[in-house]
Design a protein around this ligand. Structure first.
Ligand code: FAD
Ligand code: NAI
Length: 475
């Protein structure tokens, strides 16, 4: 006997659990199936984001930033410390606690919203007379049926051919968050978001970190000016980079890993490290879903094919988050989840992909929304730009963190904001103002005319908006 629902959500990450909650708010009888297990075998909803992604990485970034401040910046404030140590076991334990609080919070939210949670793997069984049957195999086996199914099965780390993850020497994001002691040397393949964030954590704690990147340039998705400023800061912190490399072999031994590669000049080089993080992107995950069994169409990358509304090729089957096209970001997955639940209810859910902000939680933090200067140039769009350095911002000086700037790009004629790019302190928080402004189609002058509190980092945003019209007041 199958249990009948209006909506079944497969996957309990940010895309799935948020879709389930929104669908329940809209009056549907909802099931959410998620297979993630905690170390005791119990349910751990929240997906990659909560268990091995956004949340634990930010916990370790915070711990390592405290350590860095204590070791390198407290003295500037007259605070003396001797015998500074790091207890990695305790740091990892705290991170695990933060994860558990989030897992428990999601279980509570599902219950509060009367979503039925099933701990196990969900797989399509069949589609009959407009109803989908989904089997759950896991903690308790069950068969569910519903008219609507939302697939939110996320993504998994991409392996480098010939260098399978063993999570001991060759680490994915999962192992990179569980290194039991600070390695003397750490290699990272891929200078993308994970490479920079996890490389920063272990560098701050004392590891010698070398990042090998296939592309000739750094952080191609970011505005060029921001990427240049960030690279300067990271290099100053001691992160070592090699660009334009081609990995030719990875050998693990009892003591570590030897990575062989050719550098940008074509010379053969080897890198000997205790541990190696491979962060070369992620791939959509449909393992065990039986997509083929019901004819759910995937593209050549394994992503579920969806239209702009997250509709798949099957009637009433939707897919959201990392398992479909678009940026692999938790907030993008959430927005799609909400929009799909609203569409099922006959409402007009909407996601503006141009307004999905990016944040990299390094030090300095990097954030942006909208278009980069190089994209505008390629488009041939006439634009104006304005930039304001944190060096000229009073709050940044008081914080002792004056790296970076805020940069505005606005239409040359209408002054509409086309992109905002930030590198510097609390860029992750500052970007929200730019997203709001762009959502309301604001001009740079709109921001320039709004009263911003003094002294605050947000004054740099106002000043960058003023800079578009070449009338900064403090620079
Ligand atoms: P996921 O979070 O991957 O969730 C999918 C869930 O479905 C998982 O729980 C999985 O176990 C479950 N599942 C899969 N198949 C089945 C099945 N057949 N049956 C039942 N359950 C199934 N994004 C940000 O926006 N900000 C960040 O700071 C950030 N930091 C990150 C740091 C790291 C190290 C990593 C790896 C990623 C980070 N991301 C970040 C990306 C973010 O984690 C993802 O974009 C987000 O988790 C995608 O959500 P999702 O719901 O699509 O998939
Ligand atoms: P990424 O796509 O950000 O970066 C991968 C990098 O590896 C690229 O620079 C690429 O050129 C390079 N690369 C690919 N193949 C290579 C090879 N063979 N040798 C050397 N370099 C190679 O992917 P990453 O860092 O794995 O992260 C995956 C995704 O997770 C991100 O794209 C992002 O969507 C998400 N994420 C988001 C975070 C955030 O929002 N703060 C934090 C961490 C991850």
């Amino acid at each position: 006997m199958s249990k009948s629902f209006d909506v079944i959500v497969i996957g309990g990450g940010p895309g799935g659990y948020i879709a389930a909650i929104r669908a329940a708010q809209l009056g549907f009888n909802v099931a959410c199936v998620d297979e993630w297990k905690n170390d005791k075998g119990g349910p751990a909803p929240g997906g990659t984001c909560t268990n091995v992604g956004c949340i634990p990485s930010k916990a370790l970034l915070q711990s390592s930033e405290h350590f860095d401040h204590a070791g390198n910046h407290f003295a500037d404030h007259g605070i003396g410390l001797s015998n500074l140590t790091i207890d990695v076991t305790k740091m990892l334990g705290r991170k695990d606690q933060v994860v558990k609080q989030n897992n428990d919070g999601i279980l509570y939210l599902l219950k509060k919203n009367k979503v039925s949670f099933f701990h196990g793997r969900g797989a399509f069984v069949k589609a009959e007379s407009g109803t989908y049957e989904v089997s759950v195999s896991g903690t308790a086996d069950a068969t569910l049926s519903a008219k609507h199914v939302i697939v939110a099965t996320g993504s998994i780390a991409r392996q480098l051919p010939g260098a399978a993850f063993d999570e001991d020497r060759i680490l994915s994001n999962d192992g990179a968050l569980r290194i039991g002691a600070v390695p003397k040397t750490l290699g990272v393949i891929g200078s993308g978001v994970i490479g920079l964030e996890m490389g920063s954590v272990w560098r701050r704690l004392g590891a010698e970190v070398t990042i090998l990147e296939a592309l000739p340039g750094f952080l191609g998705a970011a505005d060029e000016g921001v990427a240049k400023e960030a690279l300067k800061a990271f290099t100053k912190q001691g992160l070592k980079f090699a660009f334009g490399v081609k990995i030719t072999g990875v050998q693990t031994g009892a003591k570590g890993v030897v990575v062989a590669y050719t550098n940008a000049k074509g010379e053969a080089v080897t890198l000997d490290v205790e541990r190696l993080i491979v962060s070369i992107g992620r791939i959509p995950n449909t393992i065990g879903l039986n997509a083929a069994g019901v004819g759910l169409a995937l593209d050549e990358r394994g992503a579920i094919i969806v239209d702009a509304d997250c509709k798949t090729n099957l009637p009433n089957v939707w897919a959201v988050g990392d398992v479909v096209r678009g940026p692999m970001l938790a907030h993008k997955a959430e927005e799609e989840g909400v929009a799909v639940a609203e569409r099922i209810a006959g409402q007009h859910g909407h996601v503006d992909f141009n307004l999905v902000p990016w944040v990299i939680y390094t030090s300095p933090e990097i954030s942006w929304v909208g278009q980069t200067e190089q994209q505008l140039k390629a488009e041939g769009r006439a634009y104006k730009s304005g930039q304001f350095p944190f060096m000229a911002n009073g709050r940044a000086r008081a914080l002792g963190d004056t790296t970076g700037f805020v940069k505005f790009l606005a239409d040359a004629e209408t002054d509409e904001i086309l992109g905002v790019h930030i590198v510097g302190p609390f860029a992750s928080e500052l970007i929200a103002e730019a997203v709001v402004a762009m959502a309301f189609k604001a001009s740079a002058e709109d921001i320039a005319r709004i009263c911003h509190a003094h002294p605050s980092l947000s004054e740099a945003t106002k000043e960058a908006a003023l800079a578009v019209d070449k009338r900064t007041l403090n620079y």
